[in-house]
Ligand binder design. Sequence first.
Ligand code: SF4
Length: 503
Amino acid sequence: MKEYLKIDCGVFAAANLRGQPVFPLLYWGLRAQNHRGHQSHGFVTFDGKFYSYKSLDLVPRIKTRATHEWLKRLPGSIGIANVRYTTSGKTDEKALMKGTQPVIAKKNGRKIAISFNGNVVNTLQLKREIQKEFPRFEYECDADLISHKLLVENLKTGSLTEAVKRCMKEIDGAFSVAGITQKGEFFAFKDPYGIRPLCAGKDQKTKILAFSSETVGFDINALKFQFEIEPGELVKVTKRSLEREKLVNMGKKAFCAFEFAYFARPDSKLGKKYVYEIREQFGRNLAEENPEIVQDADLIISIPETGDDSALGVHEATGLKWERASRRHRYVTERAFILLSKERQSTIDKKINFIASKIRGKRVIITEDSIVRGDTTKVVVEKLRKMGAKKVHLFVTFPRIIGPCFYGINMATYGELIGANYDEEEIAKIIGADSVNYQSLKGFIKATGYHRNELCLGCLTRKYPTPMAQRIADEMWKRFQEGEKETGRLYEIPELLENAAIK
Ligand code: SF4
């Protein structure tokens, strides 16, 4: 089986309607969202022609004297940009470079450039359709699939709106996309369930319109948030404004619940609230749901940084002493969760440090955003024990993960998920903690400010919003229970894809 790169990313895109260079906005929009992908970054700008720059690693620092060079390399008043991490497949430099975004699809003088966040499920089916028009078409990442599908439909129908509508109807998966056509049409759209974030912002005075995965992309550029793009909605940038059109209506949303606990920056807004406030409430909920654990603790600490705000919430709700006894090394930037398994342990060791004198002899509660495989949490618990913690209780803000994700988060099989295989008590034993306490699903949903039917809870409930993902999940679960050994990303096995294909 060929392993394709699967991704979750950060998107930023902007147009300066006064014709000023857009690159500085793209640059800062990406810098603000580097937490969404550290393995590569890229920019495409447009001034009647496309200009592209892509590279590996974090978005670089640009020295003032080099700004001129960058503006020369990426001219134009419209642009799209992307940061990305791979969630499977090869991670050598060549493979990573091939999957870097934005991508540009070309045929018969038509071109479409896109920056995308999400994951396509019905890859095989789409590839075959695209190959009818592009017989030698192969792809390195899902952005290739989406850009070519858009181009194929655009060539057939002659209409961008119609092409986007067909993508929305025929692609199973999560896709939040910003793009530019060779005519200079600048647009953004979301899949019919709105699984990944993408919002619109602007500055009336400077005539700048922008799209960003998270609102922090607007804040850093002094732009004003306008609206979260609706599921199934296409937004086009006209000479003066943003034109919205709902193309597909599934009657429900399915925004990724994991964004609240793990992905989004605390100073981003999701819905009406800052992520910080939501995480703080997660902590209050955990305290209220587990009074006997709070009674059995001397202090609360956190696994930085996604656990910090919930630790504050526990402290606020109970008065339990909150110690900032865990610290991140500021310049170790890898997120442990998105590293390969063999790298994970040593990186946790390198990036988090504890203040031993605050922990020695104490009964400690530590807040964690989630437990996926359990290996990173285990290392943290071991560290606390070595420092002389008398007890270690875990408070986990994201409820127990019992299913894989098909929409861009790196958890692809049942076997790898500790929560799909063991209950709380067993997990506590495996990671060496005195107890593991997950936030209730009800409390979690309430804290987000969303309704249950507005969220994707697939990995928590095994009920997925898109039909093909559901069929594959059910088949994978059946095979897993029958003891079939999972090898890598089961849902990319052609036979599974064939059986579950959209009919
Ligand atoms: S399955 Fe889980 S991680 Fe994946 S999109 Fe849904 S809520 Fe998010």
